[in-house]
Write a protein that binds this ligand. Structure first.
Ligand code: FES
Ligand code: FE2
Length: 387
C-alpha cells in the first residue's frame, strides 16, 4: 500500500515530475520505421506527456520535434517534410532535426530572429526497425542499448503495435514482476473460452518464484523465474523486467521484448518486438524495416475480447484505473516482486534527484557490447511463456 502522494510520485510522467525526470534518462521506443514512408513521412505521437511529431526527412534521417510551431502554435504534423527538416504549413517556418529554425520566410534576415528560436527536438535512433528517442538532458544521453534480439540477424523479426493502453505505465510494469497472474488471467481464461490451446505451461501450480536484482554496465532490472511444483516439470527460463519499462520474455516462437512507452499519465503505448530464431542459426532474409501488425485488445463494443494475452493483460491493467489507487490495495506474499520494483523505482528517482546516474545506462563506447538477455543453458521454444 502506498500513500496517494507517493503513488502519484512514482506514476506520473510529465515534464518536471520525479518519475518523468527518471524516465527521460533512458531511450524509449516512439514508433516503428515501417510506420513512416515517402508518401507518409510523419506521425503525430505523444510521449511522456509531450505532443510531438515524428518524421523522416527526405534524406532518410529521423526527427522528433514538438508538435506546436514555435511561431504561433500550429501543428507541425500538417507541415511539409523537406530535404533537411520540416516546414510549418501556416507561415513556413522551417526546423531541422535538432530544432534549429532554418527559415522564417517573412522575417528580415538581418534581425537574427531565427537564431533566437530553439524548438523542442529530441534525437531519434533506429535499431532493427524500431525508432527510439531520448528526451533527457543532452549531456546525459546514454548509448542506445544493443539488445541481442534486436541486433541478431539469425531470425525473423516482427513488431506488434498494441491498441493504446488506457492507463498509467506503472500498472503494465508491475505486471512484469507479478508471475502468478498467468494462471488465471491467461490459461484459465483461454480454457473457459474453449480454446484447446490454453497454454498449459502457465496452468501449473507454482512452488516458488525467484526474483533477483541484476545491475550490469549496460542494463539493469529484475530477473524472475517461476519454479513449478512437482517432479519432471519444465523449468522456466529466467527473464527480466528491464528497468524501467521493458519486459523481455521467452515466447513460443522465440523471444519478445515488450516496450511500454508512457504517452502521458493515463495512456501507454505497448509495442512488442518479436524474434523467432532460425533453428540452424542461419541469417533470415527480411526487409530492413521490420513488418508491423496492429493488435486489437477490444471488440467493436469497446469491451476486452480476452482472446489473446495482450487483451487479457490490458483488461487487468486498465480496470485498475487510470492510475491504480495503491492506497486501497492489499499486497500479499506473492506480490513481493511488485514491492521490489517500487523500491527500485523509488531509489532511482532519488538517484536522479541527487545528481547521480540511474542504473542501467551506459555512456562508455568501450562497454557498448551486445546485451545477451537469454541466459546460458536455455533456448527458445522449450520454455514458451506466451502464445
Ligand atoms: S505558426 Fe508555424 S510558421 Fe506560423
Ligand atoms: Fe500477462
Amino acid at each position: 500500500m502506498l500513500s496517494q502522494e507517493e503513488n502519484e510520485w512514482l506514476a506520473r510522467v510529465g515534464p518536471g515530475t520525479p518519475a518523468g525526470q527518471l524516465l527521460r534518462r533512458y531511450w524509449h521506443v516512439v514508433g516503428a520505421a515501417s510506420e513512416l514512408s515517402n508518401e507518409k513521412p510523419k506521425k503525430r505521437v505523444k510521449v511522456l506527456g509531450e505532443d510531438l511529431v515524428l518524421f523522416r526527412d527526405r534524406r532518410g534521417t529521423y526527427g522528433l520535434v514538438g508538435e506546436h510551431c514555435s511561431h504561433r502554435g500550429a501543428s507541425l504534423y500538417y507541415g511539409f517534410v523537406e530535404e533537411d527538416g520540416i516546414r510549418c504549413a501556416y507561415h513556413g517556418w522551417k526546423y531541422d532535426l535538432c530544432g534549429k529554425c532554418l527559415e522564417q520566410p517573412f522575417e528580415s534576415p538581418e534581425t537574427g530572429f531565427k537564431a533566437k528560436i530553439s524548438h523542442p527536438a529530441y534525437p531519434v535512433a533506429k535499431l532493427s526497425g524500431l525508432l527510439f528517442a531520448y528526451m533527457g538532458p543532452p549531456e546525459k544521453k546514454p548509448l542506445l542499448p544493443k539488445w541481442d534480439v534486436l541486433v541478431r540477424q539469425d531470425g525473423v523479426k516482427k513488431v506488434d503495435i498494441c491498441e493504446v493502453l488506457r492507463c498509467n505505465w506503472l500498472q503494465a510494469m508491475e505486471n512484469s514482476v507479478d508471475p502468478t497472474h498467468t494462471y488465471y488471467l491467461h490459461s484459465h481464461t483461454l480454457k473457459l473460452k474453449g480454446n484447446p490451446d490454453h497454454v498449459p505451461f502457465h496452468y501449473q501450480q507454482l512452488s516458488k518464484i525467484e526474483f533477483e536484482l541484476v545491475v550490469e554496465p549496460t542494463w539493469a532490472g529484475i530477473q524472475k523465474q517461476r519454479v513449478f511444483a512437482g517432479d519432471d516439470v519444465p523449468v522456466e527460463a529466467p527473464h527480466p523486467l528491464i528497468f524501467p519499462n521493458i519486459l523481455f520474455v521467452p515466447v513460443r516462437m522465440g523471444y519478445a521484448m515488450h516496450f511500454r512507452t508512457p504517452i502521458d499519465d493515463f495512456n501507454t503505448q505497448v509495442l512488442q518486438f518479436r524474434f523467432a530464431p532460425t533453428k540452424d542459426g542461419s541469417v533470415a532474409p527480411q526487409p530492413e524495416d521490420v513488418p508491423v501488425e496492429f493488435v486489437g485488445t477490444k471488440n467493436a463494443g469497446g469491451e476486452f475480447h480476452l482472446d489473446n494475452f495482450a487483451s487479457q493483460d490490458h483488461m487487468a491493467w486498465e480496470t485498475q484505473g487510470p492510475i491504480a489507487d495503491r492506497a486501497r490495495e492489499h499486497l500479499g506474499e506473492s506480490d513481493r516482486g511488485i514491492i521490489m520494483f517500487r523500491k527500485l523505482l523509488r531509489d532511482q528517482i532519488h538517484a536522479v534527484q541527487t545528481g547521480d546516474d540511474p542504473i542501467g545506462i551506459n555512456r562508455d563506447p568501450a562497454k557498448d557490447e551486445v546485451i545477451r538477455l537469454i541466459p546460458k543453458g536455455y533456448t527458445a521454444y522449450s520454455h514458451a511463456a506466451e502464445a
